[in-house]
Design a protein around this ligand. Structure first.
Ligand code: GSH
Length: 215
């Protein structure tokens, strides 16, 4: 038994859940998992039993309740300083926080038109000029960060910034988006992380289908 529970939505569809789960898992946080399927009768009431915002993910740790993926990431970074969830140097840390916040609050066209759907293959669907423009900005962030870090990840080792973009890598595959070599290679790095592969395997095993996200 642990005193920590991470409550998630469907692994196939919930990009916010994936981000928080990756960060908790990478930090070595021991937690129990509860998955609440979205868009079923009773979903809202079930979520409200854990999360005052009515949204997932939410982390329950001892007496502390942390909802919202980015707040969970920050909380876990404070609890596990040795996990290096933010870069050690202040300028890189500020940069990492800026790109993580940009992902958290932005790219609405990409999020709306290409919802995460790990198990499906929907090449060509969802693309609009606005979506392409979001993808161009995201891949420019990836290119610039990796160029200056010189590593596989955005800031050297895996950080919260990488977790924030992991669902984008999955979307690019689902919707068959054409990528340059650099973006392709970063998407591969994210998708090949053992923890990402574990999430994908569990997403593929889920029984729930949400027709709105299946076109
Ligand atoms: N800003 C929030 C967004 C969370 C969010 O929108 N979660 C969705 C699932 S991915 C949700 O719980 N929706 C509730 C529902 O559809 O009933 C975060 O970063 O955690």
């Amino acid at each position: 038994m642990t005193d920590s529970t991470l409550v998630l939505a469907n692994k196939n569809y919930s990009s916010w859940s994936l981000r928080a789960w990756l960060v908790c898992t990478h930090a070595g946080f021991k937690f129990e998992e509860v998955v609440i399927p979205l868009r079923e009768s009773g979903t809202h009431e079930a979520i409200l039993r854990y999360s005052p915002s009515g949204k997932l993910p939410v982390l329950l740790h001892g007496g502390v309740t942390v909802w919202d993926s980015l707040a969970i990431c920050e909380y876990v970074a404070e609890q596990f300083p040795a996990a290096g969830l933010w870069p050690a140097e202040a300028p890189a840390r500020a940069h990492a926080r800026a790109v993580a916040a940009e992902m958290h609050s932005g790219f609405l066209d990409l999020r709306r038109n290409m919802p995460m759907n790990i198990r499906s293959s929907l090449p060509g669907l969802g693309m609009t000029p606005e979506v392409q423009s979001d993808i161009n900005r995201i891949t420019a962030i990836w290119r610039e960060c990796r160029k200056s870090s010189g590593g596989d990840f955005l800031f050297g080792d895996f950080t919260i910034a990488d977790a924030m973009f992991a669902p984008v890598a999955s979307r690019l595959i689902t919707y068959g988006v054409e990528l340059d070599e650099d973006a392709h290679s970063y998407a591969d790095v994210l998708m090949e992380l053992p923890m990402m592969r574990a999430w994908v395997a569990e997403a593929k095993d889920e029984p729930w289908i949400i027709p709105d996200f299946e076109f």
